[in-house]
Design a protein around this ligand. Structure first.
Ligand code: HEC
Length: 480
């Protein structure tokens, strides 16, 4: 009896709501019918999934099952969550848990939790999909659902786009496919796999206190996602989906309160870590924003991108303040892929298509003159090819840069103070996309196209260790 009561509860609530929203839903339907071809059915895959992806999956996914409900697969939606009721009853929107949960009452809806309700036309669309029979038209093979118990399997080593050491020097985070791999810093073993929604991982960054790991990535042409993981518990704290493409370049405010990132929609954004709310949006870039870093005090945000510029934004006002790099046509060749800040000074190291690491001062001391590149304070030796990664050591005395040139790569360490080269990291075998200094500055980790992590002695360049961060099981194909 009690079970039945639980089962009935949401339906009763749904029935009670019926009167209020039936009129509003039909109004929305009318509006839709003006623009839509008559007879065209609402598609789950094309129409409903994008709404779920943007507003629901952050809290209803394998790594984070709010209310025991999975909204990343059709099966999950159909099954429903902790209440025991199915997610929907085909043909009967008014008896469907989903509709009950998303329909606002006095301007507020149960779901998305603690957020504004979905738009009326989105709710109407989901209603219509249920009325029309709630068919699953997901293309076959598009519904891979990885989670901690079903991690991805690799037929080949995944390319490595990002690496970061935990501040205590114990862990090395390595980007994988659909996951971040936490390794012991000396390469002696895999400690944990943080499996999330995004196929592609673009950047991994430990919080200043090392308790959290920020991850930017996404699924191309579908969504961008910022993940925040609790490192000790290996638990996903936040999944913030944004835009319809991969996002890049996660960086933490020095006090850990915010995370900034860039997008292929040319927008620089930052969110508040506690609330998950967007607190900064800056749209002055004219191409993809690929990397970000905060100033020493967290008052400013620096971003670089494919538009060849390094831009300065005031955090409190979200206002674009200055182009740090020259704006003279031809002064910078090609886009910028990476930026890092000196640990104690507002000096910015950047690298990009011209292969030359450079350091700029953040705040200009002189009014801009056309043609100047006045803020530049140091230029290092050019590496072969394009730079994808530049990093400072924790004491600010060294920099490392990694490049890619026609399928080969180089990693070089320089003296940050006099610009001289210290060593070339030996044993590189392919394009290099990621580097990191161990917190004590003694080791440089690097990775890239060939999928191996290399640990080199930062002072001599000697290869200490090389390992593939995942187990690779070449697919056994049946003989013909
Ligand atoms: C911020 C996190 C969050 C977001 C975003 C969110 N949910 Fe939820 N949802 C939860 C939690 C947590 C529960 C468990 C009940 C509760 O705490 O209110 C839940 C419960 C539910 C339930 C009830 C499951 C059951 O069987 O009891 C449904 C249905 C649901 N959510 C649908 C959605 C839909 C649809 C969206 C997007 C429009 C959405 N949620 C967005 C966190 C979230």
């Amino acid at each position: 009896m009690e079970l039945l009561a639980t089962l009935m509860r949401p339906m009763l609530a749904g029935a009670l709501l019926l009167g209020t929203f039936a009129s509003f839903a039909s109004a929305a339907d009318e509006k839709k019918n003006d623009t839509e071809k008559p007879g065209e059915k609402v598609s789950y895959f094309r129409d409903v999934v994008p709404i779920m992806r943007e507003h629901c999956q952050g809290c209803h996914q394998p790594a984070k099952r709010g209310g025991e409900l999975l909204l990343t697969t059709f099966a999950g939606l159909k099954k429903g969550g902790e209440s025991g009721a199915p997610g929907f009853v085909a043909g009967k929107p008014d008896q469907s848990l989903l509709i009950e949960q998303i329909t606002p009452e006095d301007g507020e809806a149960e779901m998305p939790k603690k957020k504004p309700p979905l738009d009326a036309d989105q709710i109407a669309l989901i209603r219509r999909w249920i009325s029309e029979g709630a068919k699953d038209d997901t293309p076959i093979n598009n519904a891979v659902a990885f989670d901690a118990d079903h991690p991805p399997k690799y037929n080949a080593a995944p390319l490595i786009t990002s690496l970061d050491y935990s501040p205590d020097g114990k862990l090395l985070a390595v980007s994988g496919y659909h996951e971040v791999l936490l390794h012991k810093a000396d390469g002696s073993g895999l400690v944990a796999r943080l499996v999330g929604l995004s196929e592609r991982i673009e950047k991994v960054a430990f919080s200043p206190d090392g308790k959290f790991l920020a991850v930017t990535g996404g699924s191309p042409a579908r969504m961008g996602e910022l993940q925040i993981w609790n490192v000790e518990k290996r638990e996903l704290m936040l999944s913030h989906t944004v835009t319809y493409d991969t996002i890049y370049g996660a960086s933490w405010a020095p006090d850990g309160s915010k995370i900034a990132f860039g997008g292929s929609d040319n927008v620089l954004r930052a969110i508040d870590v506690k609330t998950g709310k967007q607190v900064l949006r800056m749209g002055s870039h004219s191409d993809w924003v690929l990397d970000t870093v905060f100033s020493v005090k967290g008052t400013h945000l620096i971003s670089v991108g494919r538009d060849r510029s390094m831009k300065l934004t005031v955090v409190a006002t979200q206002r674009f303040e200055d182009n740090i790099t020259s704006i003279t046509p031809g002064a910078l060749k090609g886009g910028l892929a990476a930026v890092d800040r000196h640990p104690t000074k507002d000096e910015l190291l950047c690298g990009g298509a011209d292969g030359t690491p450079k350091v700029y001062r953040m705040i200009r001391k002189k009014a801009r003159k056309i043609g100047d590149d006045f803020n530049r304070i140091r230029t290092f030796e050019k590496l072969p090819g394009r730079l994808f990664t530049v990093r400072y050591s924790r004491d600010g005395n060294r920099i490392v840069a990694g490049s890619s040139s026609n399928g080969t790569g180089e990693v070089r360490v320089f003296d940050a103070n006099n610009g001289k080269r210290i060593a070339v990291m030996q044993g590189q075998a392919g394009a290099v996309y990621a580097t990191a200094f161990s917190p004590d500055g003694k080791v440089v980790a690097s990775g890239g196209f060939d999928g191996a992590v290399r640990l080199n002695d930062a002072a001599t360049g000697k290869l200490i260790k090389q390992f593939v961060p995942v187990k690779v099981e070449p697919q056994v194909t049946a003989a013909k």
